[in-house]
Ligand binder design. Structure first.
Ligand SMILES: Nc1nc2c(c(=O)[nH]1)N[C@H]1C(S)=C(S)[C@@H](COP(=O)(O)OP(=O)(O)OC[C@H]3O[C@@H](n4cnc5c(=O)[nH]c(N)nc54)[C@H](O)[C@@H]3O)O[C@H]1N2
Ligand SMILES: Nc1nc2c(c(=O)[nH]1)N[C@H]1C(S)=C(S)[C@@H](COP(=O)(O)OP(=O)(O)OC[C@H]3O[C@@H](n4cnc5c(=O)[nH]c(N)nc54)[C@H](O)[C@@H]3O)O[C@H]1N2
Ligand code: SF4
Ligand SMILES: [Mo]
Length: 739
């Protein structure tokens, strides 16, 4: 290991990148340049010294023996786990040659890119590489993660999702809808608790009895995947009880009459039948929200509800718009351009992708928000945002659909995809239908699979080249959303060990071989982004490490003064679209609706929820860290006591979760108050198992995604949101003979 300062023990301040909470941390580095300990940074304005178990275990994560140190090239059959060491230059030359040849033969769209939840600036680089190469097939977890929520925000407000801005002493009501911040964002949960101590009330909408639900003043416990019905009933009450803000609605919104007509039939009594939430509770929620002088609202998890995802998210944003709780202190805030946005947004080189190539994006013919819809939204937003390109949409709008990418590899339709590049991502476990993903990635039809990773995952083991990545401590950090949130910088703690390269360096080194221009270092890139703010990355690191967010846009004032089309919201009408003109233009229903999911039946009598976050892991990661694994050694399926009794199992027993697609094993945790019609299960486990395919680290044995639906029809039809949280299942005991 080289890095660090050799003369004395040093403290380096950066941002923990194990989850989106992005806590400030201080990392102690010893005389030999080795990180030794991580503690919370008391000066960080949001996390204020907090660090969770994963943050504390970050040294073990960095120094773990499973870390990849040198580039590997496959030298046996796919999945055999046989690799040989290869110099970086040779690996990159070969990869560049192969993808250039594929592009010559079949066009650049035959090369696709999939990325996971990359940190801050890292998420821009793969886009730049692909766009300059000419391929529109950039995709990844954005579509699963905040996708439908942000897309619904874009359709309604012309930018992304308006973020909840909890202000203690000001915010009077906080609605957590399918969010579990005590595990997924502890600093946010602390802020909520502070606000509660100064009088804010909490409403939680979650099928599980979470810590948040127990702390709530009002807990709505819906059936899983019924949220779209609740959202429509919420609107129905707001309209029927005249709880909407007349002035706000008439001045800033479009489509009110049509909305009123649409929601008339979605009464709380109707929604009670669908969701199991008493009608009175829905009325109470609507009244409390509308009447609170300042309130926040944020729809989270129901993102994953496939067919209803976009409708659900839209109905929640429309509630917010009807009550005018936007851009007011202590409510939700819509973002807008800030310093450096021009440079930063342009860095992904989207403009260099020709209209012809954009039109060839996989999945965009079926899910038209990713094709024509993206262009309409981008144009409208750009016009209203002073000609500055739209900063949010590119992670989640205008992305290729993962099912369509896998389909194209397997079937060659609508055209062949011959090479796949994967960065910071474990697609085998992340997407629906791991069995299909494994089959596709292992198939000979995929000529080239390149994975840039920290360690050998079930995805990496199938690759032709596995390239060693630098982890977050080994690279400089800059968070600059380009959209009015603060800009945050963090130090590189140590230089990359061994032959590891950062996500930037991988893209730069491959991009240059393809004839593209890239800056020498990522710090140079950061400096370019920061130029408009009159500072540099080095200055930020030396100084406060943070620039406050700025809003260069006064959308209400300008729509008021009627300055032509460069005013108001970034939608085609310049107003908040309750009825979406974009969906209308694309031939979809412009108003939110409810699409009943298939009912439970005797074969599959239970709703299967997946993926609720736990503090000791990030997605499929962290299972290899001993201190975390001891807390949580096996995948857990939560069962209600009644379900456990019926199946004849108790805490710690192994059971099978059986869906229409197949079966996986997990261990029971009995949860009182969960509800006898639902269970909640986890994803990939056991990185210590044999990586050879099969068993491929047991990924199809325990991972709940092994058998989630891969049918296009189960996705939401305009956006393509994946259906991973509206699954039906049954639970069976595992008999001793089955291990
Ligand atoms: N059924 C179901 N499926 C889901 C979800 C669910 O709730 N239920 N959640 C979805 C959501 S919201 C998300 S965001 C996705 C997450 O899916 P992924 O983004 O695939 O998440 P991880 O499993 O954490 O895989 C990330 C990988 O990146 C590697 N890595 C870490 N740091 C770096 C780095 O700096 N550089 C590089 N190159 N690699 C690095 C890690 O070793 C790890 O293997 O899963 C989605 N899938
Ligand atoms: N510790 C930890 N923190 C993380 C992550 C992590 O993996 N681990 N991942 C990060 C990422 S990429 C993301 S996207 C966020 C996700 O974080 P959150 O948005 O908080 O989402 P989850 O924790 O997946 O689920 C939140 C709650 O939704 C509930 N839920 C499940 N099904 C339904 C439903 O049908 N309706 C309703 N109303 N609620 C439902 C679950 O019971 C759960 O309590 O967390 C980020 N932070
Ligand atoms: S909550 Fe934990 S994992 Fe997430 S950023 Fe903070 S310390 Fe890191
Ligand atoms: Mo996510």
């Amino acid at each position: 290991m080289n890095g660090g300062n050799n003369s004395s023990r040093q403290a380096r301040r950066t941002i923990c990148c194990h989850c989106e909470a992005r806590c400030g941390v201080v990392v102690e580095v010893d005389e030999g340049g080795m990180p030794r300990a991580v503690r919370g940074d008391p000066d960080h304005p949001v996390s204020q010294g907090f660090v969770c178990v994963r943050g504390r275990a970050a040294v073990d994560y960095y120094a773990h023996p499973s870390r990849l140190n040198v580039p590997l090239r496959r030298c046996g059959p796919r999945g055999s786990g046989k690799f040989e060491q290869v110099p970086w230059d040779e690996a990159l030359d070969e990869i560049a040659d192969r993808i250039r040849r594929i592009a010559l033969e079949d066009g650049p769209e035959a090369v696709a890119w999939l990325k996971g939840r990359q940190f801050a600036a890292d998420s821009k680089f793969g886009g730049r590489l692909m766009h300059k190469f000419g391929s529109p097939n950039l995709g990844g977890v954005g579509l699963m993660c905040g996708g439908p929520q942000t897309a619904a925000g874009a359709l309604t407000f012309g930018l992304g999702a308006p973020l909840p801005e909890v202000v203690p002493g000001v915010t009077r009501l906080i609605v957590l809808w399918g969010q579990h911040p005590s595990a997924s964002s502890p600093p946010y949960w602390s802020l909520i608790r502070r606000a509660m101590r100064t009088g804010a009330r909490l409403v939680v909408i979650d099928p599980r009895p979470t810590l948040e639900a127990k702390a709530a003043d009002l807990w709505l416990q819906p059936r899983p995947a019924s949220d779209a019905a609740l959202g429509l009933a919420f609107l129905n009450v707001i309209v029927n009880e005249q709880l909407w803000d007349r002035e706000f609605v008439s001045r800033w919104t479009h489509g009110f009459e049509a909305l009123v007509e649409r929601v008339a039939r979605f009464t709380p009594e109707w929604a009670a039948g669908v969701s199991g939430v008493p009608a009175d509770h829905m009325r109470e929620l609507a009244r409390r929200y509308a009447e609170a002088p300042a309130a926040t609202l944020s729809p989270g998890t129901p993102n994953g509800q496939g067919g209803n995802a976009l409708d659900f998210e839209r109905s929640v944003w429309i509630v917010l718009a009807l009550t005018g709780k936007l851009d007011r202190e202590g409510c939700n805030r819509l973002l807008g351009p800030t310093y450096g946005v021009g440079n930063e947004v342009a860095y992904d080189a989207y403009e260099e992708l020709s209209p012809r190539q954009r039109a060839r994006r996989l999945g965009s013919e079926r899910f038209r928000l990713h094709g024509e819809g993206t262009e309409i939204l981008n144009d409208a937003a750009c016009r209203a945002w002073h000609g500055i390109p739209y900063p949010i949409s590119r992670a989640v709008l205008g992305v290729s659909h993962p099912f369509a990418v896998f389909d194209a590899i397997e079937t060659g339709r609508p055209y062949r995809v011959r090479a796949l590049l994967v960065q910071h991502h474990n697609p085998v476990g992340a997407y629906n239908g791991s069995a299909r993903v494994v089959r596709t990635l292992a198939s000979e039809r995929l000529e080239l699979l390149v994975v840039h990773e920290l360690k050998l995952t079930p995805t990496a083991i199938l690759a032709d080249y596995v390239l060693p990545a630098a982890s977050w401590m080994e690279k400089p950090f800059l968070l600059s959303s380009g959209a009015g949130t603060p800009i945050v910088a963090g130090e590189q703690v140590v230089a990359p060990g061994h032959e590891r390269r950062s996500d930037y360096e991988f893209c730069r080194d491959l991009g240059r071989r393809l004839g593209q221009t890239w800056h020498d270092t990522v710090e140079d890139v950061f400096d370019e982004w920061l130029a408009e703010a009159g500072t540099t990355y080095a200055e930020l690191i030396e100084g406060s490490r943070m620039l406050p967010g700025t809003q260069t846009r006064r959308r209400f004032e300008e729509i008021d003064s009627g300055t032509g089309d460069a005013c108001g919201f970034g939608t085609p009408t310049g107003r908040i679209e309750l009825k979406s003109t974009v969906l209308e233009q694309l031939g979809y229903d412009p108003l939110p609706d409810f699409h009943a999911p298939p009912p439970l039946d005797a074969r599959f009598p239970l709703h299967l929820m997946t993926g609720a976050t736990r503090i000791d892991a990030t997605h499929q990661d962290h299972r290899h860290i001993d201190s975390l694994r001891t807390r949580h050694p096996d995948p857990i399926v939560e069962l209600d006591p009644a379900t456990a009794t019926e199946v004849g199992v108790g805490d710690g027993d192994w059971v099978r979760i059986v869906t229409a697609g197949g079966r996986v094993r997990q261990r029971v945790r009995v949860v009182r108050g969960l509800g006898a019609d639902r269970v909640s299960a986890e994803r990939w486990w056991y990185p210590e198992q044999d990586g050879v395919q099969p068993p491929l680290f047991g990924v199809l044995d325990t991972n709940v995604n092994a058998h989630t639906s891969v049918a296009f029809e189960d996705c939401d039809q305009a956006y393509g949101g994946l259906p991973y949280r509206n699954v039906r299942c049954r639970i069976e005991p595992v008999c001793d003979a089955e291990d």
